[in-house]
Design a binder for this molecule. Sequence first.
Ligand code: PMP
Length: 432
Amino acid sequence: MAFTLDKSAAAFSAAKQHIPGGVNSPVRSFRGVGGTPPFIAAAQGSRLHDIDGNQYIDYVGSWGPMILGHAHPAVTEALREAVGRGTSYGAPTLLETELAELVKAAVPSIDLVRFVNSGTEATMSVLRLARAFTGRSKIVKFAGCYHGHHDSLLVKAGSGATTLGIPDSPGVPEGIAATTLTAAYNDIAGLADIFHRHGEDIAAVIIEPVPGNMGLVLPRDGYLQAVRDLTAKYESLLIFDEVMSGFRVAYGGAQAAFGITPDLTCLGKVIGGGLPVGAYGGRRDIMEYIAPAGPVYQAGTLSGNPLAMTAGITTLKAIGVPGYYDRLSEKTAVLCAGVKAQAEKFGFELQHHQIGSMFGLFFTAEPVYDYDSAKRSDVGAFNTYFHAMLAQGVYLAPSQFEAAFMSSAHSDDDIAVTIAASAAAFAKVADY
Ligand code: PMP
């Protein structure tokens, strides 16, 4: 049967009558790649099912959270039980302490952790905390990193902001944007220069230790340690935004994988097991500035929500078993090697990146190590590849500037099908 998205196209038109651009988060609109986004009816394991009756092997995983695959039986069962006990109390629960303990055991740099509802909230709150703690106002971020959509960090932002060509959004007050300095990722001399000029005003450096929002970019040897050393030298705080890399590149996140201890860490995605959760945590002396322990205000009606905590606890327990990450990484390596072999058969020299179960490829023959080098990719070639994969039932993020995620629900057969689909997709790119 031919691949069609007729029902999704009608649903998309209808949605546009009610919701800006028809979606509640911009990249879902397929603005970068063009065409119609499949409207999803259900998901199970490694598969997404759309309202047109198509099914896809899913490498988006809700943009990272679904490390166990969709509708994992343990998570679904735990949620079913939890929902009968009420969905929100606005009062403390044992669940919050349990998830906090799991997070701390995995990420030893965290002494205290505060749960919020999204990654955006986590990074927004952590900047306020860093400013209050240091008494300084400036923040350094890296071009192409994305930390959510609040004003301080919507500057040279990656992810959808880059895909849509609006890395600096209108509506961010100039005064706020002026407190955000930007550096190039992987360029320690550039960061040193910023510290040389502004060091005494810099409250914090916030970094995706493994950026996944300009496509997947990897840190050069020694780079993260050099960032750690510079921040320490100037008594600025180092914030690792591990919303994407946390519990993904390793159980303990990128800080475990690279052996770096940040002062503060932001988490999200996997820790919510597919429900809305973000978190920030770190050194006790800093975190005790947060109300009601300290004066920095931050709150949330639904923060620590019992369903969200339940999904997070169940997920972390399931992925915390010995060998889980090794198996996931091996599977991802098999897929990446297979795709690379197919690309080479067609004479394409591309950049294939992988760490743990995060992976991606850039349509460029030149090395990609930062935002500018990522942007040299051939977006038209990516878009052709993307649509060819989609039509064959493989669902990738609809942008050159996003990472892909493997789950433990993906089977060897899924991987073989994906590699075969890649061969056909590269053939289409060769014609493009
Ligand atoms: N930080 C990083 C590294 C992210 O990848 C994202 C979202 N992709 C965010 C923060 C924002 O998280 P949320 O979309 O939950 O607000």
